[in-house]
Each structure stands twice: as C-alpha cells, then as structure tokens.
Write a protein that binds this ligand. Structure first.
Ligand code: ADP
Length: 554
C-alpha cells in the first residue's frame, strides 16, 4: 500500500539521497515515510539499529512545520542532534540542562513567522512541566506549524514494558490537545500486549503499523549456571581468553560495585576492561565511551544497564550477562548490542537462583511513587520469566525469545542454520516425556498443607525446602521439622535437583504457586486448575544416564 509512487515521491527521494546521503531504504523505512507523508499516524517497530530515526527525520525535513521528538535520554538526544546538524538539518533540543538564555533563543526562533527548525527534541518531563513549552506548542498549532509528534522509545509509556517511565504517561494528552497533529511512535521492543497498551495510552486508534521480525539470525544464545560470582568471573575470564582475545564485548553486571570488581579482575589478567555505570560523573562516562569507540584502549565494557540506549558499536562479538536481565525484553535489547555488523556473535547468560532472590528483594524493598503493588508484580513476573528461560534446556532459545514478541519461529529453522543456533538446539541430549500432572497436584497440595490453605501462613516454606522434601533430603532442618513424615517426602527421588527446580519454577510462572521473595504459597484452589495433559520432557544425557532437563508443558 505504501510502496507505490506518491506526489511527494520525487522530493522525498531527493532528500533521502542528497540530505541523508543514503542509497537504499532498509526494511519498512520507505513504507513508514510514505505513510507519514500521506498523513497517517504510524507505529514503527524495528529492532535496535534497524533505522527508525529516518522514518521521522525524512518526513520532518519535507514538512512545512516543526516536528517535536520526545526522547527519554539526554545522551540520545544529543547524539541525534549532532548527527542531524552534520547533515545540515536545522534542529535543536530543549533539554533540562540548557541555560535560560539558550532556551530563550530557541523559543524566539520558534515564535518566528517561519521558524528555521525542522526538528525539536524534547524530554517527556518538559512536556509535562513546562508552561512555556505548552504556550509555544499552542502557538505553532494555531499557526498550522506543528506538523508532527514523534515518540521515541514509545514502550516507555507502558507499564507492561521493561522500561516504564511515569513522565511518558501524560503524552496521551498531546493527541487530545492538538487534534489532527500526526504521530509517529517508535520502539524496538513491544510484545503484542505492550503494543496495544502504547496505542491505548497514546489514544491513537488508526495507526498504520510497520512491524519487523525480531530474529537476529547472527546471534547465538546460551545460558549457563553461574555458581558464586567469583566462580562466574573465572568462567568469564576463561571464555574471553579462549575465544575472544582482542575482540570487543559487553559484560552486564548487577551493580556499580560489580562492574568495578569485574573490570578490575579482568584488567588484572591484562584484558582491556573498563567499568561503566550511573555512578560515574559525566566526564568520566564520556571518557569511557570514547575509549570504547576506539578498540585499542578498551575492549570490554563492564556495565550496568545504564550502558545501553544510544550506544551503537558494530563489532561487539559477545554480550555476557553476569547478572540476570530484568525481563525477556530487556535481555533481547541488551544481548542485541552484539553483532550489529551482522557477523556471528555470542550471547551468554549466567544465571542462578541467588540472583533471582537478590533482584526480587530489591524490587520488593523499593518505595517510590511508581513502585505500586501492581507494578512490582509485573516486574517480579518478568524476572520469573527470565529465570524460567534460563532453566529451560529443552526448547530453542530463539523460538522462546521470539515467541515473547508474538512471533512464531520454528526450531527446525534454528537447527537448519547450524552455525547460528542456540545451546538447546545444539544439545545432543535426548528428550523423553514425563507426565507431571499428578506430581504437580501433589506439589501444590504439599505447599498448601505446609503454609495453611492460602490463609495466614502457619509457617514459612521456601523453594529450596520444598525441593529438599521432594527429593528426600536428610538435612537436619528437614528431619527436625518432621517433614520426612509427609506423604510427598522423597516423591521426586527419581529426578535430580535442577529438574525439580524447573518444575517448581514452571508452577510459579503459571500461577499455581506464588513466591514472595523466597517464601512459597499456593494460590487458592490451584489444584483444581491442574488438568491432565501436563507433560514434561525429561532429557537424558546418554553419558550419565540421568535426567538432566525437564520442560513442563501446560
Ligand atoms: P534505531 O533508532 O532503529 O536503533 P538508527 O535510526 O539510529 O536505528 O539507525 C542505525 C544506523 O543505521 C544509523 O547509523 C543510520 O545512519 C543507519 N541507517 C539508517 N537507515 C539507513 C539506510 N537506509 N541505509 C544505510 N544506513 C542507514
């Protein structure tokens, strides 16, 4: 519908070639630009690096009026502004850090009969709080010079997303206040649920959707058990020394402290590693970014997720998560910083139950305006989903990741493109199916019995205790509490620990069990919902003849 020629086509191609200096459109770019120029609201979903910016920058150059781009990060804004200025596109930014006289100058320009700027970047806080900006928008609107609103990182508007920002919530008002002004919503991450919520929050009903596959076929996914942090550090060191000498990589860490520790550790083995996190001051951060851009002085960045948006280095060969990501979407984003140049690259995720508990604790202890009970539940759910992804050693990881974004991907395909596959598809283990219906019912009953029917807890019971009971542990605490007299004691003796954990994790994720931080509870009448037909694949390792993977399908 949007690939044919339009009256604007000639001038559009002109600008594309001469202003942006580009030759060929990337997937969906031409369509989105055309739809925007034809006056439609557009929703553009492209993986990071896909070329979303052009979708609004090109129409903005052609439009008569001014395009306002809402973007969450100052660094992103400055980056874009710099790029546009170097192309000769008149643009500016109204961020919190400019001086009053700079701001006045910008406003003066925009109040002119024909303002010179094509694009003005603003932060969501500005839209929310600045009356001066509101008067300006109104004035431009009344003069028919407000051509478009662009919402960059639009997933920030949705609480279901991985990066919800309260300041984004009010953006829906723009549509009400400035009727007929068109919108472009851009994001690199949106599950069907988030996508629906973005459009709902923004009050946009008839947007043209441009949605691109999320498959990154040059990325190889692997999950590895972590053990203690020190152990994990050793594993990472070995990995880098063996496979990635003199290559670039990112290591995502849990905290500022862990970033420093990891960087120092690697540096002590002569690996050029630097830490990057929100605790560094602006000039230090800029310095690290510069060094990172230059392979010679920094090859490995040990970062918190503060390192991310807007950083575009093409030859990152590996991304390691030393600490679990906060959500599958977050994981997709962070791991997606590998292999931007299209060459084969690796994504390793180190996981451990301790991390899950630590991160949950952090979420539960937060007391801010936005950490409502509901918001916390979403975040805990997101975490459990990541953990379950890690524990899953039966299904194709690519399928699991893409499924999360509402995309179907056959694991056959993963096996076909042999080199670019995932650990699970590469695994030589054989799958065997086990009916876990009765076992699941027994487990839920056991938890119910121990904590007291979902009413006020009689005793606190943890996931590890349940595992111990099920596997018939002779642990002193278990014996003293007389748990060895329970009917389910030792009922999973035929399964190994990690399999039992997988089963429990699945029951938590599916909502049969509920886990606070470590304490387990059963949901009321959960047992009634467990139906026959739940199966688990047990995978046996021919070398050891013991079950080592389990996947419960409900
Ligand atoms: P996103 O916002 O989707 O992450 P960007 O818009 O920042 O991606 O684009 C990523 C990179 O790709 C930029 O360096 C941009 O200049 C480049 N790019 C965008 N479109 C094209 C194109 N049609 N041809 C070549 N390079 C492009």
């Amino acid at each position: 519908e949007f690939v044919k020629d339009f009256p604007h086509t000639k001038s559009m191609l002109d600008v594309f070639h001469s202003v942006f200096g580009l030759k060929k459109f990337r997937h969906n770019q031409r369509e989105a630009v055309n739809a925007a120029l034809e006056g439609y609201d557009c929703f553009v979903l492209m993986p990071t690096g896909g070329g979303k910016s052009l979708c609004y920058q090109l129409p903005a150059v052609l439009d008569q009026g001014v395009t306002f781009v809402v973007s969450p990060l100052r660094s992103l804004i400055l980056d874009q502004k710099q790029k546009l200025l170097s192309l000769g596109v008149a643009c500016t930014a109204l961020t919190g850090d400019i001086t009053k006289s700079e701001a006045d100058e910008i406003y003066r320009e925009l109040y002119k009969h024909v303002p010179g700027y094509k694009i003005v970047y603003i932060t969501p806080e500005k839209i929310k709080h600045s009356e001066q900006l509101e008067r300006l928008l109104k004035s431009l609107y009344d003069r028919n010079l407000l051509s478009r609103f662009v919402i960059d990182e639009a997933h920030c508007v949705s609480e279901y997303g991985h990066d919800f920002r309260p300041d984004y919530l009010n953006l829906g008002q723009l549509h009400v206040k400035y009727r007929n002004v068109k919108f472009i919503l851009l994001t690199a991450t949106a599950t069907p649920r988030v996508k629906k919520d973005i459009l709902h929050q923004m009050k946009i009903t008839n947007a043209k959707l441009f949605i691109q596959s999320f498959n990154r076929s040059n990325l190889i996914y692997e999950c590895r058990p972590k053990g203690t942090t020190d152990n994990a550090l050793k594993k990472i060191l070995t990995l880098i020394q063996a496979d990635y000498k003199n290559q670039c990589g990112i290591i995502y860490c849990f905290s500022r402290n862990e970033c420093e520790k990891t960087a120092n550790y690697l540096a002590s083995y002569k690996i050029k590693a630097l830490a990057y996190h929100a605790g560094l001051n602006d000039s230090k951060r800029a310095q690290v970014q510069n060094q990172w851009a230059n392979d010679d002085t920094c090859q490995v960045i040990c970062a918190t997720i503060a390192f991310g948006m807007g950083i575009d280095k093409p030859n990152v060969r590996y991304v390691i998560h030393l600490s679990m990501p906060k959500s599958i979407e977050g994981y997709y984003q962070e791991s997606g910083r590998a292999g931007r140049d299209g060459a084969m690259s690796f994504c390793y995720l180190f996981y451990g139950y301790q991390d899950l508990v630590k991160m949950k604790r952090l979420i539960m202890s937060e007391v801010t305006m936005t950490s409502t009970k509901e918001a916390k539940k979403i975040r805990i759910d997101n975490l459990h989903r990541v953990y379950s992804y890690c524990l899953n050693n039966a299904d194709c990881r690519r399928t699991l990741l893409l499924e999360y974004f509402g995309e179907a991907f056959s694991s056959q395909e993963c096996k076909r493109i042999k080199a670019t596959t995932c650990d699970n598809c590469r695994s030589v283990l054989k799958t065997k199916t086990l009916d876990c219906t009765q076992l699941s019912i027994d487990i839920v009953k056991l938890v119910t019995q121990l904590v007291g029917e979902g009413k006020k807890s009689r005793q606190n019971i943890t996931l590890n205790q349940i595992i111990d009971i099920l596997r018939g542990s002779k642990n002193k605490n278990i014996i003293e509490a007389k748990y060895d007299q329970l009917a389910s004691y030792n009922s999973c003796s035929h399964m190994n620990k990690i399999d039992v954990e997988r089963l429990l994790s699945k029951l938590i994720l599916e909502g049969y069990l509920y886990q606070d931080i470590v304490v387990l509870q059963a949901h009321d009448s959960a047992v009634a919902y467990i139906r026959p037909g739940q199966r688990a694949h047990i995978v046996t390792n021919p070398a050891f003849q013991k079950s080592i993977k389990i996947e419960l399908t409900i």
